[in-house]
Design a protein around this ligand. Structure first.
Ligand code: 5GP
Length: 175
């Protein structure tokens, strides 16, 4: 598929993404029956995953976003910074943090520590992708879409220098 920046090999197809997201939504719905959730998307990479996921969750939810600095190019700078904050307090709320990918785990660790200071009732993590072989810190992921190897992926919200987020599948750019 043409991505605007060279060729990309499909790693996880649109069909497989849809099926997995539907299953995650059903699992989250089952686990939280009778409760409400604040779904927090981590910008920008989670926006497509979150949009599909929340439509597969049959619970009273509210949605907010938190923006953090991420990769420059293809490697982590190791520096995590909040670039835009939640719009409402989460004190006493059950929070589901939705992330595109957990790589080293450093961003998620920072976010979990940061959110904990706001005294939510609970925080759970839903990550579309995890690269276990790259973990520097172990973070709890209650809902995981797919485990992948140590490769740089794009599409379905994930970018390469700001581009390719709009690919409907997860793929590996051919370099
Ligand atoms: P971590 O702090 O876990 O190393 O990195 C988390 C963030 O790095 C993700 O939210 C994502 O923005 C970015 N990232 C990590 N691996 C990849 C990848 O393979 N592709 C893209 N596009 N971003 C990645």
């Amino acid at each position: 598929m043409s991505s605007g920046a060279g060729k990309v090999d499909v790693l996880i197809s649109q069909t497989d993404l849809q099926a997995r997201v539907a299953a995650l939504g059903a699992e989250i719905t089952r686990d939280h029956a009778g409760r409400s959730l604040v779904v927090v998307g981590v910008l920008k990479g989670s926006f497509i995953f979150l949009a599909d996921l929340v439509r597969a969750i049959d619970l009273p939810i509210s949605i907010d976003f938190i923006g953090i600095s991420s990769y420059q190019g293809t490697r982590s700078t190791g520096v995590v910074q909040i670039t835009s904050d939640l719009t409402r307090p989460i004190e006493g709320k059950d929070v589901l943090l939705v992330e595109d990918i957990v790589d080293t785990g450093l961003s998620m660790r920072y976010l979990l520590d940061n959110l904990a200071t706001r005294k939510p009732a609970s925080v759970q993590v839903c990550a579309l992708l995890e690269k276990p072989s790259r973990a520097v810190v172990k973070v709890p992921i209650q809902y995981r879409g797919f485990e992948i190897g140590d490769e740089f992926v794009v599409g379905y919200g994930l970018d390469w220098d700001g581009k390719m987020r709009n690919l409907p599948f997860v793929g590996v750019p051919r370099v």
